[in-house]
Design a protein around this ligand. Structure first.
Ligand SMILES: Nc1ncnc2c1ncn2[C@@H]1O[C@H](COP(=O)(O)OP(=O)(O)O)[C@@H](O)[C@H]1O
Ligand SMILES: [Mg+2]
Length: 267
């Protein structure tokens, strides 16, 4: 059986504020396979965070549906949904969202222990193992406020993996980090993705990091497009130019765009 991990079908979202309607997602379709690392790119305001919130079951769509692990999530009741979310989906946000007065270890344990804090020895050991994996075993008992930005985001990565989710949704997970910490956090996510077979869907503005993912999805105008219009700039060629012809497939799109920009600079 090789059902996709996630099938998104004509997903729509309209925000309604009094009489004012903002259509944001206008029929999003795509599929994620198991064990993929996929980057989601799109201009600011194009609906990336909205889409991730809906897929994370934190927000209901206006119309359309999606199936995860063969289950139709749009029709589940709140209680079932929250169990499913807790077991199958991990979240990483741009701002770590750690509990400031809790230690790194307690923050990682949180998805396992829950609000009523029912911790187990196995849970504590798994959290410690994850913190070791992200290079923070020495900081395990530090309060979140005493960690650097890069360290906090590594705690957030460990926390997202606590319940061994099938899917990790990451909303600009490196957007708040400097280059070095962004590279480090991204490398960690890539390694862990390979080790565990967890699927990662991460939104990012960082084209370099997106290029390192196995696949890219572009959101533009409320839908998933094959090639963003920014990459469809007509190429001007003048005598004396050296022009590389690149296959304009989806995975080549950002590279295309770069070679076009480079070419325009040289004209
Ligand atoms: N709760 C909300 N109510 C009304 N409009 C919203 C709400 N959340 C987001 N939006 C609007 O939806 C659009 C997409 O936002 P968002 O999903 O945050 O985009 P992105 O993450 O791609 O920058 C924006 O125009 C934003 O103003
Ligand atoms: Mg966003």
């Amino acid at each position: 059986m090789n059902t996709p991990l996630l099938e998104v079908n004509d997903l729509r979202k309209v925000f309604v504020d009094r009489d004012f309607e903002t259509p944001v997602l206008k029929g999003v379709n795509f599929t994620l396979q198991r064990s993929e690392m996929v980057a989601m790119l799109g201009p600011s305001g194009s609906g990336k965070s909205t889409l991730l919130s809906i897929l994370g079951t934190l927000m209901r769509p206006t119309a359309g549906s999606f199936r995860m692990l063969g289950r139709e999530l749009t029709s589940l009741k709140e209680a079932e949904l929250s169990d499913f979310r807790n077991q199958q989906i991990g979240f990483i946000f741009q701002y770590h969202h750690l509990l400031p007065d809790f230690s790194a270890l307690e923050n990682v344990m949180f998805p396992h222990a829950g609000r009523l804090w029912r911790e187990t020895q196995a849970g504590r050991e798994r959290a410690a193992m994850l913190l070791e994996r992200v290079g923070l075993s020495e900081r395990m008992h530090y309060r979140a406020t005493r960690l650097s930005g890069g360290q906090k985001q590594r705690v957030a990565i460990a926390r997202a993996l606590m319940n061994q989710p099938a899917l990790v949704l990451a909303d600009e997970p490196t957007g708040n980090l400097d280059r070095e910490n962004a590279d480090q956090a991204f490398a960690l996510m890539t390694e862990i993705q390979r080790e565990t077979g967890t699927t990662f869907l991460l939104s990012t503005h960082d084209r370099e990091l997106a290029e390192r993912c196995e696949r890219r999805i572009y959101i533009q105008g409320g839908v998933v497009v094959d090639v963003p219009s920014a990459a469809r700039v007509p190429l001007r060629v003048v005598p004396g130019d050296m022009v590389a012809v690149i296959d304009r497939t989806q995975t080549q799109a950002t590279r295309d765009q770069r070679s076009i920009q480079a070419n325009e600079r040289s004209v």
